[in-house]
Design a protein around this ligand. Sequence first.
Ligand code: PEP
Ligand code: MG
Length: 852
Amino acid sequence: MLHPNPKGAAVQKIDPLTDFSEITATAAISSARHGWRAKCLQRLVRIDLPVPRTVALPAATVRAIAAGQPVDCAAILRHFGPDPLISVRPSPENPDWGGPATILNIGFNAARHDRLAQTHGQAAADALYLRFVQGYALHVARLDPDMFEGLEPSAEALRRALQAYATEMEEPFPEDPARQLSDVLRSMARAWEGTTARLLRQAKGAPEAAGLGLVVQEMAQGIGAGLSGSGVIQFVDPASGVPQVTGRYLGQSQGRDALRQPEAIYLTRDPRGASLQDLAPEIYADLLRFGATCRKNLREEMQVEFTIEDGHMSVLDAVKVVRSARAGLRIAVALAEDGVISRNDAVLRVEPRALSELLHPQVDPRGARDVFAKGIGASPGAATGKIVFTSAAAQASASRGEPCILVRRETAPEDIRGMHSAAGVLTERGGMTSHAAVIGRGLGLPCIVGASDLRLDAREKTLIAADGRCLREGDLITVDGTTGEALVGAATMLPPALDDSFRKLLSWADAVRDIGIRANADTPADAQTARNFEAQGIGLCRTEHMFFDEDRLVVMREMIFADTAQDRAAALARLLPMQRADFVQLFDIMQGLPVCIRLFDPPLHEFLPHSREGLRELAEALDKPLSDVTRRAEALAEFNPMLGMRGVRLGIVLPEIYAMQAQAIFEATVEIAHRGSAPVVPEIMIPLVSAKREVELVKSNIDAVAASVRAKSGVTFDFRLGVMVETPRAALRAGEIAQHAAFLSFGTNDLTQMTYGLSRDDAGRFMNTYVQQGVFAEDPFHSLDVDGVGELLLIGAERGRATRADLTLSICGEHGGNPESIDFCRRAGFDYVSCSPYRVPQARLAAAHLAL
Ligand code: PEP
Ligand code: MG
């Protein structure tokens, strides 16, 4: 019947119950209607692979079947000639969305069993019939698995299975192929609608309305007198992506048996045993040819499922090789280099987040995992080491050359050396921007934070897991910072993969992206990592991290404890050459690239010891009475240090600190100029600004230092002064602040903390509950809050640029490396994002994805 469509043209109304088509080269098959498998089979048909006759049922038909409408099974069966033997496989639009189990050998019944016994022998006939009855009983009739699973094929097992079916269902096993097919289709259609299946596929990104196509295919039996069997072949190693034939073949078998049965043989000639290449060289050669054709025409590395029946091969199916991140990257680059896909396609085929897996050793997903704790995977990669509970123990362990995992309730700045010495970090508390997380990512150190199920007893030196297991200092554990799981013992690892393919893909990404990527780097080692990952400069150098090394910490503490301006000046004078040397090194490593140095930010008391023992040692080192030192430490304590005397406030109250830092920066600039290296234009950034006057005061201080260094050295140099926007007020007043700033860099860690009024160090305690209950869609310290914090970014950017059209805009909080944040910044017209060095590759790739 014809119905007019809204535009008036006549269209054929389709009856879903007769809407199925045989897959031919020209049939109208689409993955949107019939699913990826149907579409893939059509592609195989088009490239002349020997695919058995196949009929595709579109999702609309399958949905009608699930709703209880009868499909014309006799009409489907007519496609396969008289007395057909068929299989039904799921075909969702996306292979990742799963689907019900394949059912083989539909059409098997007593008559076929008898005939097969005569042609192929009793044992083969019994085995196939039993297999069908088992599959049917479990997946179609949904009978108790205990009655049908694990039966060894035999005439007796077949008899018992048929008997059990008849007893449970109160009817004999169905003999009519049309009835069998109808039951199979209905059960598969309904399985797709089940709650578990729906939740599973939605977790993989399937939309609510995702449908299921089905493909009905003529069976290639895989059993018979001549060479018969089935196998699976792939042409790359799924772990590394290196070209290599892998797979298995099993004589007298069907489906994917060869992957399950230990007696299956290799495909390629192999010293470990027999191979298909020896057994049937022509068939092996055909398989290689099929693989090459698939690669070229399907533009993908495929795994091919084949069956041989009496020497004739059929290709039943081909699926994209399931691959590790490193293999995915290598395959994409190889396909582009061979001209099969474009470079841009290769760039788009690699998920940016997958790159972090390549930068660090990873736990081999094929190995055993004995998980004892779960937290937030705060810094990716995996490391194995012995448990230590203090930074001192970590350093001692490193000096013995023994890898260790530093386990702390949470880390503090004084743990920095311990973290440098550890192979990985595990903390009971903290979230994505806690100290351990930020430093872990900066150092490229695998790190789990917020493993709140653990009970840590630092005094007893024990770690009690939620399941009651007790781990002690010295026990070997593995930290998987990618998944957030801590494992007992040494897990099997995959090494990092910074190979040629990696570099090539990122250079292709750089050619298309349109936003800059810099790195947050505090030390020469960080800067070197940033350079290795081809960051376009340093977007944030947190100078305070330079003061935690043993020799500097002492001088720093002397500076803090100075009683007079003179004593303070003396301590700063000792810090000056150390800072200058730091900057010379940074400028040297980053030659020709911009380096943005943030002036001192944290409250001073962070540099003081927290334990009584530490205070005693400090009193000794400073040659002061313990009571003095304790009193001074107490005086520096603040109720709310993150909102207290830190950042620019400290710079205004104690201007000598910023003056020393500026002098060190400028003298380093002069030294680089003397060396004749590429000139440096340092960028100096003022943290935690909330008022224009703060910027004016710091600016005049720094301008005076610059003038003095220029006068003393006789070298002219430029520098750029900018403001870090970390308070809501700075964002709101960006218009006037920009009068004195060449750039604004949004520090979204503090800006998030201050916008929400949510402590970045304590949020971990309730973040899970908040996310689970939908208060926050995601942890705003992890994923930029586009609605709130994002609005402040937009306001700041707009007001700043209204004052100064050439104002450089960037973001340098931990969000900087997130693909979603990069998208936001790019659309807001930012010049660059800056993130931890180890996230630079991911950011480069994500930016390219956004530009393509
Ligand atoms: C920020 O606040 O976003 C920032 C980058 O500074 P820090 O993390 O050092 O406070
Ligand atoms: Mg900050």
